[in-house]
Design a protein around this ligand. Sequence first.
Ligand code: AMP
Length: 397
Amino acid sequence: MELLNIKELDLTKKKVFIRCDFNVPMDEFGNISDDRRIRSALATINYCLDQDCAVILASHFGRPKGEVDEKYSLAPIARRLHHLLKREVFIAQDVVGDDAVNRTKNLKCCEVLLLENLRFEAGETKNDEIFAQNLASMADIYINDAFGVSHRAHASVEGITHFFAQDKKAAGFLLQKEIQFFGKLINEPVRPFAAIVGGSKVSGKLEALINLLPKVDKIFIGGGMAFTFLKQMGYDIGASLVEDDLLDDAQHVMDEAKKLGVKFYLPIDVVAAEKFSADSVIKITTAQEIPDGWMGLDIGPATVRLYREGLNDVQTVLWNGPMGVYEMDKFARGSTKIANFVADSYATTVVGGGDTADLVQRIGLDNEMSFISTGGGASLELLEGKVLPGVAPLIRG
Ligand code: AMP
């Protein structure tokens, strides 16, 4: 799959609309706690500025539900961009209103304007044609560099592409890098290739699991999703998270793994808690002996040792989903230990965005991984074998 390349566009002195993903986490004081997504967009922005472009940046932030909500203003993002780009970044008061229209009309070469939060407009998530056209009318060129939302058919991601000819739109450097990396990972991984899959539920990752089975050599399951598999195997899982309607699917995954010769690992012990709380009493039990009413909230030490053993000879690791409720220190040890092991290994290590990226960042191992995706949901859909709606219009025809 070859994408329309930003380097082949005639950008000189043009107005360029760049869809970015500046949906960054904020702490309780309103500070940006991780600006990786903003930094990841700089290559494309700087490239356009070097071609003397006037740059219009657009992103969503949070879920403001189609109306203006000051809490979700992009003003803090404009300030961070100003520091990172070392140049002035103007911010429009609205998205496609008078202020945005006037400012984009008067924007000069090498100036940067950030539109307000795209989701202040209901048309964004509805992929509204008029809204998409209004956005498109601001610029000569469209660039998508927002991998994290490219699995959504939203106006600034999908609808807008219909208003630009083939030689007036392209994928930015970040989008290209993500698509190429996952393509290579899935189609030509260095073996043995292991997937570590965790997180809350089987349902969110079922398709990805099924699609991964023919490609990987080993799968290590952790997190809440493990209990649906364990229950299907006849274990008493107490009050642990379970999806009873997916027991058959869990069996199907295990049968397929067996048929394909994929080594399928499940936790052999857990950190069990009496209640879902940071101050709960905890107990380490084998998977066979989870007490009635208790819930498994992390993988146990024996599982960590087993998984390390299994991961020892692996050359490529894809990790998506934490091994436990890592947001609470008591249930973060399994994920932390696996993260340290993966980071220390000489394998190519790929972290599939979302919670896993957050986890790796929290423990300061983000620079030790080969690649951390900026898109959790988007990378999962790539693993499911889907062509993302924001990427499809940018495939060279
Ligand atoms: P997901 O969005 O499906 O990747 O799930 C991530 C979430 O799964 C995190 O917020 C974790 O707290 C949660 N999680 C991980 N392990 C468990 C568990 N054993 N029980 C309940 N939730 C879990």
